[in-house]
Design a protein around this ligand. Sequence first.
Ligand code: ADP
Ligand code: K
Length: 446
Amino acid sequence: MLFNPEIEQLPRPRLRALQNERLQEQVAYLAARVPFYQRQLAELGINPATFRGLDDLAKLGFTKKTDFRDNYPFGLFAVPQAEVARLHCSSGTTGKATVVGYTAGDLGIFAEVVARSLAAAGCRPGMKLQNAYGYGLFTGGLGIHYGAERLGLTVIPVSGGSTDRQLQLLQDFQPEILCATPSYAQVLAEEIARRGIGLEALSLRYAALGAEPWSEAVRAQVQAGLGVAATNIYGLSEIIGPGVSQEAVEERGTGSYVWEDHFLPEIVDKDTGEPLPEGELGVLVLTTLTKKAMPVLRYWTGDITDLHHDPHGSRTHVKMGPIRGRADDMLIIRGVNFFPTQVEDIISSLAHLSPSYQVVATRRGSLDEVEVRVEVAEPLLRELGLGALTPAAVAAHDYLQALQGTFARKIKDNIGLSMTVSLLGPGQLPRSEGGKLSRVQDLRGR
Ligand code: ADP
Ligand code: K
């Protein structure tokens, strides 16, 4: 089913013309309203009045995550605060960093693209959707919620976690659709098997999964374990939230439709920033074409994928492949984005920890786990009369116990993720060749 057939099947030339017109409008709008873009356009010698739209797209500069940080909280907003109907933050950034805003009209666009996405995922008006995405500042919960309502679904806003409750509701309310991160869908599938709940006790038919990368192997496991057809939903707060692109249920494995009337995608070389031809892997760059509160030009997502047209597709919009990785060191832990430098900031706020640290991501079952290993500063250990630190030595010293606890708590409070903390003595972390520590070890292998 297509939620908006006219737009979803708009012939390519008309779609291009629409994008062209909207891009010109968006550039003029930002040039008149947002100092950051005024400066950027001026520096690049771009005159909004003569900007030719798509032909000039590659002349525009990129917008990066650091630009959001530098303009925190509202510096990139294009409307007075009174016109902002809702605020969200990028996941994993509970405090500073990425704040995004929406006008009432923007929320309408958000609901529309999610409604399109859920329809492509297999949902039909009248079905029930259990929404296990987190509600709150994270765009996932409310984003799915309002899109599902727009499509005419009955929403069960259970939010993330509480597996017992999730399983109870799946049996009692008999929803046909589940929205969750793929790793949480795996957890639910495993628990269903472990508790011997037969699939005949459930009515699930479809799952729309996203917020983190996943593989065909995970798809196979979730589809078998939950009795669903599972599709990919992709998005990011800086652009709107989930619903930037979505896989169609009949076309699983061939890529996700980018809703191009609202979001203009490009693939660029991760080192040079040069646009790459169709089918090549590079960094996904997205421009919003219709948002009003906080439009962005050429947002550097950091996500590595490709774009390709599917001549046999049910929609005319371009497809993006699965996310193959990141152009930076961002990790996605249980759907939450996190940069190792966030750990570094916490370390520098605490006395007695040295800036030598390592972040190790592993998988236990289907859930991500993170251990932060950090070296304790030399003077403290000398004072305590200790050399190398073992877990037993840490456990035997109240002060080290407290330090470990404070560090773990700050991580949880500031990043929103629970991590295991290990304290080590100076020089205990393995150095690589040139004596350099590799800060991140991702041992999850999907
Ligand atoms: P979201 O609510 O979609 O997780 P965030 O802004 O918190 O939004 O995170 C966006 C990032 O999450 C993306 O840049 C990408 O790295 C990752 N992400 C979101 N959806 C997917 C997906 N379906 N597959 C792979 N990665 C995804
Ligand atoms: K995410």
